[in-house]
Ligand binder design. Structure first.
Ligand SMILES: NC(=O)C1=CN([C@@H]2O[C@H](COP(=O)(O)OP(=O)(O)OC[C@H]3O[C@@H](n4cnc5c(N)ncnc54)[C@H](O)[C@@H]3O)[C@@H](O)[C@H]2O)C=CC1
Ligand SMILES: O=C(O)CCC(=O)C(=O)O
Length: 525
């Protein structure tokens, strides 16, 4: 039974779903990195929010870990490249808390517009300072969105409902989508110049870090009010403080900070500054949503191989998984075969799907080919890290589909290009379930790629098969299956034999010494 650790506070629905789906679950929160490192080895899955930092060190200690599930959106607390290199799937729940977070941004916008926290403090202190608090209406004002994805677009929708004008800077926002959202797309400089309120909704990346830098803050309209419910690090906090102090910035509300938990900050107690402790996703509704979603996704993956919302591996629905499973087995065997037979540096791997195979989701098939191929040289390769390793090794990966059936109703062909030229192997599924090799380097041969195999290329001449059989018999080697193919009569022939025991180097040397043998090799599947 797979075992999952929930290491951050999560709605109890998550544990309930894991148990219902046959996954053992421990809920142990508040552990230090060292304590987590000591215990992580026993778990197949790790379910987190934002407190647990899934570092390379934790991943190195996680010898059984297959999946990290983030109940939420941002995965900046997970070292994704290290997870990919270790073959661990990283998933998030991209929609469960979007509405809640957008509502928090709108709440902060109103809090800034009417100075609500300060007015509340003053009133409860018995001051009744009616003249001190003069706010602004949001109706008719311009809201500048930096980032117009899931949350940004919900904020836009709510702001339009409030009769605001919404402008957006997002390099990936298409004009069609901007039109559909009812926002005006523009450059960052134009947005800075025009917005009365600015709200940030991008992830923290090398491009977005300090997007509101001192220089950019200086370009904003005097009196601008700024809201950040996305990630600390998008705004230069020192420059924000200077802008508030000088009065150029009319107000700022931060839910997120460069350093979290933010127990102290030069911004604290600055006039017109409001803060919340990363509460963007903190509503009952959002927490139930993300807990259910993360547990379902992780259980799907651990129990049936379905992949949803993964950030480092292609998606594969729980419905698709059973249909794709035999193809992935075939893809892995073909990748492994060509990986064992190919020599020299591989410049390119091409995966060609024909007939029924071409109608399927190709990404998992490609990953399986690469995993089979690269596993020949490393035991730690799997479907998650294979594409990453192929890229790291400078291999070009090509994917070609042809829905028209050829000789077989379904076919996968894997070709590799080396300095010696391009060579390919092809396979099909018998009864839609059983992987079979049908072509090897241009020679038709039908074989099951299983267990220990002996691969022989020889001159097609009478008596060879008898001699080989005698040699194997004398060496005490039992043949399981025997598959033969040849290019043309009297030309080159290929033999693939499954052998009960491991094919020893001595046996290979004996076979190579037989007259007519061009190549002999041990293969393993
Ligand atoms: N405060 C909180 O508790 C929460 C914070 N978040 C954070 O909110 C952020 C946004 O989340 P979603 O809208 O769901 O993400 P999303 O991926 O749907 O949208 C992000 C948008 O940012 C845009 N973007 C990327 N690079 C950009 C750049 N250089 N300049 C301008 N735009 C750029 C993308 O094109 C995309 O449209 C994430 O960082 C997430 O972690 C999400 C949920 C809760
Ligand atoms: O889990 C949380 O409270 C934080 C949510 C968040 O920041 C996110 O989903 O990106």
């Amino acid at each position: 039974m797979p075992k999952v650790l929930i290491s951050d506070k999560m709605d109890p629905k998550a544990a309930q779903i894991f148990r219902e789906r046959g996954v053992e679950v421990d809920e142990i929160t508040g552990k230090t990195p060292d304590e987590l490192k000591a215990m992580i080895g026993q778990y197949d899955g790790l379910a987190i929010r934002s407190s647990t930092k899934v570092t390379k060190e934790i991943l190195d200690a996680a010898t059984n870990l297959k999946v990290v599930g983030r109940a939420g959106i941002g995965v900046d607390n997970v070292d994704i490249p290290s997870a990919s290199a270790k073959g661990v799937v990283v998933m998030n729940t991209p929609f469960g808390n979007s509405i809640t977070t957008a509502e928090h941004a709108i709440a902060l916008m109103f809090a800034l517009a009417r100075d609500l926290p300060e007015a509340d403090k003053s009133t409860q202190a018995g001051k009744w300072e009616k003249n001190r608090f003069m706010g602004v209406e949001v109706t008719g004002k311009t809201l500048g969105l930096i980032g117009a994805g899931n949350i940004g677009s919900i904020v836009a929708d709510r702001a339009l409902g409030l009769k605001m004008k919404v402008i957006a800077y997002d390099p990936f926002l298409t004009p069609e989508r901007a039109l559909e959202m009812g926002v005006e797309k523009m450059t960052l400089d134009d947005l800075l110049l025009r917005a009365d309120f600015i709200t940030l909704h991008t992830p923290l990346t090398d491009q977005t870090r300090n997007i509101l830098s001192a220089e950019n803050l200086a370009k904003t309209k005097k009196g601008v009010r700024i809201i950040n419910c996305a990630r600390g690090g998008l705004i230069d906090e020192a420059a924000l403080k200077a802008g508030l102090d000088s009065g150029h910035i009319g107000g700022a509300a931060l839910d997120v900070f460069v350093q979290e938990p933010a127990k102290e900050s030069p911004l604290f107690n600055t006039p017109n500054f409001i803060s919340t402790p990363h509460l963007g996703a903190s509503t009952n509704e959002a927490q139930v949503n993300v807990a259910i979603q993360v547990a379902e996704q992780m259980a799907d993956f651990l129990v049936s191989g379905g992949v949803t919302n993964a950030l480092n591996v292609p998606s594969l629905s729980a419905e698709e998984a059973p249909r794709l499973k035999p193809y992935m087995a075939l893809a892995e065997k073909l990748g492994s075969l060509i990986g064992q037979l190919a020599h020299g540096e591989i410049a390119r791997v091409s995966i060609h799907s024909e007939g029924a195979a071409a109608e399927l989701n190709q990404k998992p098939i490609v990953s399986a080919v690469l995993a089979g191929f690269l596993r020949v040289h490393s035991d730690t390769v799997n479907m998650v890290n294979a594409p990453f390793l192929a890229k790291e090794r400078g291999m070009e990966v090509r994917e070609v589909r042809n829905e028209k059936e050829g000789d077989y109703h379904t076919l996968l062909r894997v070709s590799v290009k080396t300095a010696d030229g391009e060579r390919s192997v092809a396979g099909t599924l018998f009864s839609n379930t059983q992987p079979r090799l049908v072509e090897l380097f241009g020679i038709k041969v039908e074989a099951d790629l299983v267990g220990n195999m002996l691969y022989v290329v020889n001159e097609d001449a009478p008596g060879f098969i008898g001699r080989l059989g005698t040699t194997l018999g004398e060496a005490g080697v039992n043949i399981g299956t025997f598959h033969l193919g040849r290019r043309d009569t009297g030309g080159e022939a290929v033999l693939l034999l499954s052998i009960d025991d491991e094919v020893t180097p001595e046996l290979i040397a004996t076979v190579r010494a037989l007259p007519g043998v061009k190549t002999a090799m041990a293969l393993k599947f």
